[in-house]
Structures are given as C-alpha cells and as structure tokens.
Design a protein around this ligand. Sequence first.
Ligand code: FAD
Length: 319
Amino acid sequence: MIRRTKELSDDILLMNVSAKGRTAHPDLAIASALPNDVQVSFEFFPPKTEKATESLWNSIQRLAPLNPSYVSVTYGAGGTTRERTHNTVARIRKETNLEPAAHLTCVGADQGEVLDVARQYWDAGIRHIVALRGDPPHGAEKYTPHPGGFAYASDLVSGLKSIADFEISVAAYPETHPEAKSPEADLDNLKRKIDAGATEAITQYFTDIDIFLRYLERARAAGITIPIIPGILPVTQFKRFVEFSNRSGTSVSKWMFELFEGLDDDPVSRQLVAASVAAEQCRALHANGVNQFHFYTMNRADLCYAICHILGVRAQTDD
Ligand code: FAD
C-alpha cells in the first residue's frame, strides 16, 4: 500500500530542474502530496564480500516496506557475477515477499549456457528477467558476441521466451545507446526487443528530465506502447557520477556541476542535495504524467528511502 503524503504547503514551489529555465508550476509544490499513484522498483548489484552482503541485506530490508513492484539484481560486466547474482535473487525470493528480477546478459556464454541459467531461475520461482546484451568485460575495448552466444538483447529475449513465459524488461536509452547508428535505429532496436516479448523498458539515467520526456514522445510516436520507466540514479559521489556518465554516453547538465560544486568532501550536504535533486526530477516527471520510477540504489537505502518518502511512497504498516 502506498500512503499519501500529508498536505503541508502548496506555497513552496519546486525548484526548476531544467537547464532550459522552465517555469516552476504551482502543481509541483515540493511539499504537496502526490496523488498516491507512484510505483517504484529498486536495483541492486550482487555483493562481493560478507560485509557487502550484510550491507545489501540491510538496504533490502529497509526498502522492502515501501512495497516496490519488484527489486532487480544486476549481472556483472562480462558475465562475472553469474553465481552471486543467482544467490542474491534466490535469497530475495526465499526470504522476503519481494518480487525479484534477475538481470541476464549475452556476454561470455553460449546460448545453451545462458538458457540453462534462465531455467534455473524459473525452477527457483523467478519469473522476471531484465534481459540485456551486456557490456564487454573489463579491458575489452568493444563488444564482440560470444561464439554461439546471443548477439543482441533482442535475441536473448526470443531465447528466454522460447523456454518459459518470463516477464521481461529491457534497456532503453533516452540519449541513444553509444553504439547505435542513429536514434531511429536505436528505437527500431527497442521495437525488436518488444516484438520478441519484452513488456517493459527501463531507461539509462539522465539529468535533464526534458531528455526523458522527448524520448518518451519519440517512442510513442514510433508506435511503442509498453511502459518506459525512467531510471533514476541519485548521486552518491559526484566525480564518479560524471566519470560513469562520460563512459555511458549520458550528458550531465551544467546545473548539476553548479549544485555539487564544493561538496566533494562534505558527504552529508551532498546526500541532502542528491536526495533533493532526484526527488525534484521525479516530481517534475510526475507532473508530466510519469508515475513509475526505477531507482539505481547502489545498494544504499537511505537516499532512495528519503526520495520515496517525498514522493509519498510510505512504509506499509499493519494498522
Ligand atoms: P541491445 O539492445 O542489444 O543494443 C546494443 C546496441 O546494439 C545498441 O546500440 C543497438 O542499437 C545495437 N543493435 C541491437 N541490435 C542490432 C542489430 N541487429 N544490428 C545492429 N545493431 C544492433 N550491463 C550489464 O553487464 N549487466 C547488467 O546487469 C546491466 N543492467 C542494465 C540495466 C539497465 C536498466 C540498463 C539501461 C543497462 C544495463 N546494463 C547492464 C548495461 C547494458 O548491458 C549496456 O548498456 C549494453 O551496452 C547494451 O545493452 P542492451 O541490452 O541495451 O543491448
């Protein structure tokens, strides 16, 4: 159950998060309640150490009462976390009421091996897969399909559908995937993934909400009707955020540099600013008709919990 936030004040206007100087709208008052219609999902990565496992598990337990649609667990670049991803997803299935989704990629394994992993998921009661091509392993400059492997995510989606009726999410790129020939070719690729059986797309994160809204408009104009859920990455360390964005072809708006300036050694202020930015992004998206959000949690609960709280997503209680 998602509870409505208390009506506090309609006077405080949402700060403008757009680089284009969009005027704040009274409906976006930061303290006013959203209409109890926000759905969230959370993404985690599989932990490497015992300490990291404990910390992940604390995060999952903190976020679980927010009643996410599902929680997903990534698959390491180059397919390096096969076992850890499986163990984490299986533990979520076994020990919580959450709906787990396992990320699966085409990298580093032939088709039979990938489908064996998928069958193990099905047998463990996992019904939701986030199907991806995957990035090349560390050190490899460009992606080359594994001999006998699935070449692209659309091929993986077809393969998965051929063995079981999984619910399948796929990736989408508001700023176009860096290897795509053109934005149109990239949308064609999303269509191929949908034709193969994907029922939902989760986007790469972005900093300016106009980028997402324009993409959504183009996708709808191209006849794509499945939910396209914005991926929201709250900033934890701004320098790393910028480095990662450069690598993944995500632009970082000028206002972000200005907002995080001088906060490198001030984690507390940085966290407050990060929560505020992400909450405003979500509220501005909501004002434009978007009510589902996928959070890249980086295995930390506090930021996402606070953002959800602002969005009116509250812990479910028994009363
Ligand atoms: P695809 O949809 O296969 O597209 C890859 C590129 O190939 C695109 O440029 C596309 O336009 C092009 N293309 C597709 N088909 C063809 C064709 N037939 N001919 C020519 N070009 C074609 N990576 C991981 O390793 N593990 C994860 O857990 C993971 N989780 C992610 C979750 C989300 C929500 C997102 C957005 C990304 C995630 N990634 C993950 C990163 C992802 O693997 C990379 O972005 C990867 O480079 C592309 O994956 P894809 O599934 O989008 O690939």
